[in-house]
Design a protein around this ligand. Structure first.
Ligand SMILES: NC(=O)c1ccc[n+]([C@@H]2O[C@H](COP(=O)([O-])OP(=O)(O)OC[C@H]3O[C@@H](n4cnc5c(N)ncnc54)[C@H](OP(=O)(O)O)[C@@H]3O)[C@@H](O)[C@H]2O)c1
Length: 213
């Protein structure tokens, strides 16, 4: 079975994603910083590694890497640089070194142009911008997802990929974001594509297909 590595699998999107992956025919590995703090089902291979350290071995034997790690809203600028930027760069390098075929990056709305994103998170958006650019130029097959502000609401399965003008509407649930990641795993037409993600009115397959032309 093809192997998927989830980097950030102990996070909020990561956990939702992992619970949904059990229905797919993949072998699943999760990269964690401290295995003693995690409980995963026995079918999941737990790999202990830190984006701030040497994590190259974590991608060995993987067909797909999903990067949904992040320094978190309360982190300082040091972690924004070391995890969101440099950690993402290291994950891309590790994927390339080990022949990964598809890299799915959870980025952020505003990473396309941090000058026009929310001012309060501009350094984070700059980090996301350059990690996305690094992935795009890496030669890896990529899919970049740029969700709006994440919420803990239940997923509706309904999204849109066009950014709403009202910043208050630039939101999406973590559950719907996890569903889009899962969708991207099994639909090769998402390769080489970048999608913004917001709560909307279209079913995920229709919305992603419409944004893929
Ligand atoms: N919050 C938002 O509104 C928003 C909007 C758009 C995009 N995003 C992006 O969405 C993604 C997921 O968000 P989320 O809410 O699920 O995040 P989260 O709950 O904060 O989870 C972050 C994950 O990153 C891991 N991590 C942090 N530092 C690490 C390191 N040095 N090495 C390895 N793993 C590390 C954490 O592992 P530990 O369990 O070890 O801490 C955790 O699994 C992130 O990329 C974030 O930047 C967020």
């Amino acid at each position: 079975m093809d192997k998927i590595l989830v980097i950030g699998g102990t996070g909020q999107i990561g956990k939702l994603l992992l619970s949904g992956l059990s229905t797919l025919p993949y072998s699943v590995a999760v990269m964690v910083r401290d295995r003693r703090k995690c409980t995963f089902s026995d079918s999941i291979d737990v790999i202990e590694a830190d984006l701030e350290g040497d994590m190259r071995f974590a991608t060995e034997g993987c067909k797909t890497v999903i990067f949904t790690a992040g320094s978190g809203a309360n982190a300082g600028l040091d972690k924004t640089f070391l995890v969101d930027l440099w950690g993402a760069k290291k994950a891309v390098d590790a994927a390339k070194e080990n022949g990964v075929e598809h890299f799915i990056m959870v980025s952020s709305r505003g990473a396309d142009n941090p000058d026009f994103g929310p001012a309060a998170i501009k350094p984070y958006l700059v980090a996301k911008h350059f990690s996305d650019e690094y992935l795009i130029r890496s030669g890896l097959t990529y899919t970049i997802l740029r969700p709006g502000r994440l919420t803990d609401e239940a997923g509706s399965g309904l999204i849109k990929t066009i950014r709403p003008e009202d910043p208050n509407e630039q939101v999406i649930s973590r559950e719907d974001t996890a569903s889009v990641i899962k969708y991207c795993l099994i639909h090769p037409f998402v390769h080489g594509k970048i999608y913004e993600l917001y709560a909307g009115q279209e079913k995920i397959p229709e919305a992603i297909a419409a944004a893929s032309d």
